[in-house]
Design a protein around this ligand. Structure first.
Ligand SMILES: Cc1cc2nc3c(=O)[nH]c(=O)nc-3n(C[C@H](O)[C@H](O)[C@H](O)COP(=O)(O)O)c2cc1C
Ligand code: SF4
Length: 483
């Protein structure tokens, strides 16, 4: 992952923990009504893909264990990982794109209800994403994948060349010359792996996204409701389709790109269709970016307008992340795919302990506060969720007291210690295992390996009944808290 040049090393913040009584009286452990859904406390575990679904995208025992473990810590809400809305093979990514996924998802809901004693609400994040290929071998790309065009012939100086001859000449060029002959997208396909964009409207399946996606999201939301989830979170963040429609870089000329009004059309159409399907009382929210953190990307004033538009359209909650884009991703190795959390925007999304003067803690707080206050000024009381580097009670409590957000997301901190919520609520905060922000977990995610935390994944490996990683070297869930 990219790291800020200053390379200042941070440790978790000094924490002062509340007594049980102080926790009881705190903002963090006070209830909040989220549309029809009551949250017992303002704590939230944001979506995190742990790579535990089956190759066909079904809920497995490992998925049940993973969320069951979070549920025993009894946070106010858990959002199940980004779950694919299409009925297409997507590797071990959880899926909700067909009715056959509903029974597994129902078991997941039941497991969380049981393990949390009914105290934790469960949402599911639903996602659409576009195609991306692995970075190819140079020779293979030039001999097989590249579509030879007259532009190549022209630039090679011989318009009569047969395709094979063009390929041969391209193979013989030095990279510098080759980059002049290939166009920008061909060069990207060679050096990064081919990646579809929402602006590729010459491709029929990309052109028709505005017609297809509202129905797919609505079907997914309907299945989430049937499975018993307390609500859905539309994934409008990071590097994926809906975020790309919202992005200032979306220049589609078909009425779904260009001005902010046009970029908002599809995300609002998706919400309308979802709402029509699941009804007014079913909680539907979204996650989007306070800032894209890329050159030419959506900035804070625009995100404030997006937040107001979503609130006005009836989103029941708004969860804010930042960054996490493909646009500035690091070049992958040959045979690997680009990963959207490897550049500056990736750092902003999941800041690590090596940082700049600002540090890794709470980088998303002020942008979130600015969006929330725009929403409030426009007359809406939509709850706003913040996340990013929050790990102590005081951080969370202060930002709620200062009206910067309504709900506090703890992603990696909940991964490091799923019992954070129960420990702090019971006056045992000094027993919390604090996240060190090393991003070991995120490195596993990048390789699509089962995500764990290095603070606990080698502890008590011989404990009976625990599930281990495929190589048997790591436990897959944190040891239980023995009070
Ligand atoms: C392993 C891992 C997987 C993640 N998967 C998702 C995801 O599926 N959807 C999403 O919106 N964010 C995802 N995130 C981002 C987190 O939800 C969160 O925004 C980010 O980690 C910053 O919050 P934190 O500092 O509390 O960890 C993931 C993060 C990690 C570490
Ligand atoms: S591996 Fe554990 S300590 Fe490191 S960032 Fe992830 S959750 Fe935090």
């Amino acid at each position: 992952m990219w790291k800020p040049a200053q390379r200042i090393k941070y440790k978790p913040l000094e924490a002062t923990w509340p007594s049980r009584e102080e926790a009881r009286l705190s903002h963090l452990f006070s209830p909040l009504q989220l549309s029809a859904c009551p949250l017992e406390q303002r704590t939230w575990v944001p979506a995190m893909v742990p790579w535990r679904a089956s190759e066909e995208g079904h809920v497995t025992e490992d998925v049940l264990d993973w969320y069951g473990r979070f549920a025993r810590g009894r946070p106010g809400a858990i959002v199940v990982e980004a779950t694919g809305i299409r009925d297409v093979p997507s590797g071990p990514l959880l899926r909700i794109g067909h009715d056959r996924f509903v029974s597994g998802l129902t078991q997941l809901v039941e497991r969380v209800r049981r393990e949390s004693g009914g105290h934790t609400r469960l949402f599911i994040q639903v996602i659409d994403f576009l195609g991306i290929r692995r970075r190819p071998e140079r020779e293979k790309f030039l001999r097989r994948f590249l579509q030879v065009t007259d532009r190549h012939r022209l630039l090679l100086g011989n318009t009569d060349l047969a395709d094979d001859a063009v390929r041969q000449q391209l193979c013989e060029l030095e990279d510098e010359q080759l980059s002049d002959v290939l166009d920008e997208r061909e060069w990207e396909a060679l050096t990064m792996g081919q990646r579809e964009r929402v602006t590729d409207t010459h491709l029929p399946h990309i052109a028709e996204l505005p017609q297809v996606l509202p129905g797919l999201f609505a079907d997914a939301a309907q299945r989430a409701s049937t499975a018993g989830f307390d609500g859905v979170e539309l994934h409008y963040a990071h590097a994926y389709t809906m975020s790309s429609f919202l992005s200032a870089t979306n220049t589609r000329a078909d009425g779904y790109g260009g001005s902010l009004e046009k970029r908002l059309r599809l995300p609002l159409a998706v919400l309308r269709e979802v709402r029509a399907r699941v009804g007014e009382n079913y909680p539907v929210g979204c996650r989007f970016l306070s800032q894209e953190c890329i050159t030419g990307g959506t900035d804070l004033p625009e995100s404030q307008r997006i937040g107001v538009a979503f609130a006005a359209a009836g989103m029941d909650f708004i969860s804010l992340s930042r960054g996490g884009k493909f646009d500035d991703a690091k070049q992958p190795k040959v045979g690997e795919a680009a990963y959207p959390y490897t550049g500056v925007s990736g750092y902003e999304c999941m800041p690590g302990y090596i940082s700049d003067e600002f540090g890794p803690f709470g980088r998303n707080v002020e942008p979130t506060a600015a969006i929330r206050s725009a929403i409030r000024e426009a007359g809406f009381d939509t709850p706003v969720v913040v996340a990013g580097g929050i790990h102590t009670f005081s951080q969370a409590e202060r930002l709620l007291a200062d009206d910067k957000a309504d709900i506090v997301g703890f992603a990696r901190q909940a991964l490091a210690d799923p019992d954070w919520f129960e420990k702090v609520r019971n006056g045992c905060g000094d027993q919390v295992r604090l996240c060190q922000y090393t991003n070991y977990c995120e490195g596993l995610d990048q390789k699509h390996k089962q995500v764990t935390c290095n603070l606990w994944d080698r502890l008590d490996l011989n404990e009976p009944g625990i599930r281990k990683s495929r190589d048997q070297r790591r436990r897959l869930t944190a040891p239980d808290w023995r009070r």
